[in-house]
Design a binder for this molecule. Structure first.
Ligand SMILES: *[C@@H]1O[C@H](CO)[C@@H](O)[C@H](O)[C@H]1NC(C)=O
Length: 436
């Protein structure tokens, strides 16, 4: 009896503390990790250990049908498969029974919807298309019991600015006159997006469903988001403060991928803090702004010309080789990086071990590298910018100190779902959670 009493008191206390500061841990999960093989295969079952930390699970990704502008699953077999009764949509929303506090959203876009990216603009341009989309969102959410929608809207991406030689700059001027990369109707799209959110809110309000915005990397926010106008319709704004520098965008230059602070002369927006400040300055409610934290790293090839110190930015030669499990060039899951880090307890002395370099200033992040072994006649090394529990902690502390709404972890399957690094499952999600 006494024990029960004590437990009740502790629980009550916990509830009071939680309601005083209800920071959100938003967890994005790309359900297509179901199709990977071996340890990389992550299903609803493997997601469960993360859900003791996550307050919101955002399941990705849905697409938009480019004919009728309805929301549609990106992978019908996986998401709806009625024949075998394995609908991942159903399985994901059923998690709410085991985790009663969990809010489960469906995300549309997220750069996963690769067919005809123009449709994210043409949808906005017609009232009729907007209505079709809104109605299909309502239908999908209701049918599959999602608590809301995350609009990770695929607005056009800004191209990486290049260092230009004289010849290059002439070419640039020619391209500019053709206006090929410019959205001439950006101002209209910005207004139309307000309408979309307003009408979507009106339709979803009746059954209390949630709307979040996923602000994708490389979208010029000032072109497309009228922050004051859209914030009232949004429950949260997930800033995907990831992928500022990737081997695809800057193949010749390896650099910190998702620094907290960092002033690039040419790209002052390419860090977490600059993005957060922009949204707050534009009038977003701080408690709705969520800081994105990647779980993966970006890997470049080092060359014989790369500086031997490893200090970024360094000369590189495109994406590094794919990770052994996720098999995607230039990208590595945290659990693929951690076993390669040289440490006193990790003395495998394998030839592919990486030297980890942390950043005591807590502003830039961690990287790890291996120089080409000249004695063996190697011409290539690797350089990885990656997130780890320590850097995720800094970002969570940052969100807390600024009174923001919390953090968004992108994405679960590339953390360490099986505890392969040190036995802890989801060490990055956990670190973010305990530091909020
Ligand atoms: C974003 O758009 C604004 C205009 O609204 C422009 O001044 C700015 O240079 C753009 N930023 C980038 C990185 O293209």
């Amino acid at each position: 009896m006494a024990n029960l009493c004590l437990i009740t008191v502790i629980c009550l206390l916990g509830t009071i503390i939680n309601s005083a500061y209800s920071a959100r841990v938003v967890c994005y999960w790309d359900g297509r990790s179901f199709w990977r093989e071996g340890v990389a295969k992550i299903t609803v079952e493997e997601i469960k250990p993360a859900l003791t930390y996550c307050t919101h699970l955002i399941y990705g990704f849905a697409a938009i049908d480019d004919d009728d502008y309805n929301l549609e699953p990106i992978d019908k077999k996986l998401d709806l498969d009625k024949d075998k009764g394995h609908s991942q949509y159903k399985q994901v929303t059923a998690l709410k029974r085991a985790f009663p506090g969990l809010t489960v959203l469906l995300s549309v876009g997220g750069y996963a919807d690769t067919d005809d990216p123009e449709k994210y603009l043409t949808l906005l341009e017609s009232k009729d298309h907007q209505t079709k989309f809104i109605n299909s969102v309502k239908t999908y959410l209701t049918k599959h019991e999602f608590d809301g929608i995350d609009l990770a809207w695929q607005f056009p991406q800004v191209k990486e600015k290049k260092e230009r030689s004289t010849i290059g700059s002439i070419w640039h001027k020619i391209k500019k006159t053709f206006g090929s990369e410019v959205d001439e109707k950006a101002a209209e799209h910005k207004d139309q997006f307000i309408t979309l959110l307003r009408d979507l809110k009106a339709v979803l309000r009746t059954d209390g469903r949630f709307i979040s915005l996923g602000v994708l990397p490389h979208v010029n926010s000032s072109l497309y988001y009228d922050v004051k106008a859209i914030t009232p319709y949004l429950d949260m704004i997930n800033l995907w403060t990831v992928d500022f520098r990737t081997p695809k965008r800057t193949p010749q230059q390896a650099d910190y991928s998702a620094p907290l602070y960092y002033i690039y002369d040419r790209n002052p927006q390419q860090n977490v803090d600059a993005n957060v400040r922009w949204w707050i300055d534009q009038g977003a409610d701080a408690h709705k702004v969520i800081v994105g934290i990647p779980t993966y790293g970006h890997k470049w090839k080092m060359t014989l010309d790369s500086a031997i110190s490893g200090v970024p930015p360094i000369t590189a030669d495109g994406p590094g080789p794919a990770g052994p499990h996720t098999k995607s060039e230039g990208l590595v899951a945290y659990y693929e990086t951690c076993p390669l880090i040289v440490s006193p307890t990790n003395v495998k002395a394998a030839s592919d071990m990486l030297r980890r370099v942390t950043d005591p200033s807590k502003r830039l992040g961690t990287y790890a590298y291996r120089l080409p072994d000249k004695k063996k006649g190697e011409e290539e090394g690797v350089w990885v910018s990656f997130e780890e529990p320590e850097t995720a902690a800094y970002k969570a502390q940052y969100a807390k100190s600024k009174g923001l709404g919390g953090v968004a972890v992108i994405e679960l399957s590339l953390d360490d779902p099986r505890g392969m690094c040190d036995g802890t499952k989801y060490p990055i999600v956990k670190s973010a959670k305990v530091n909020l």
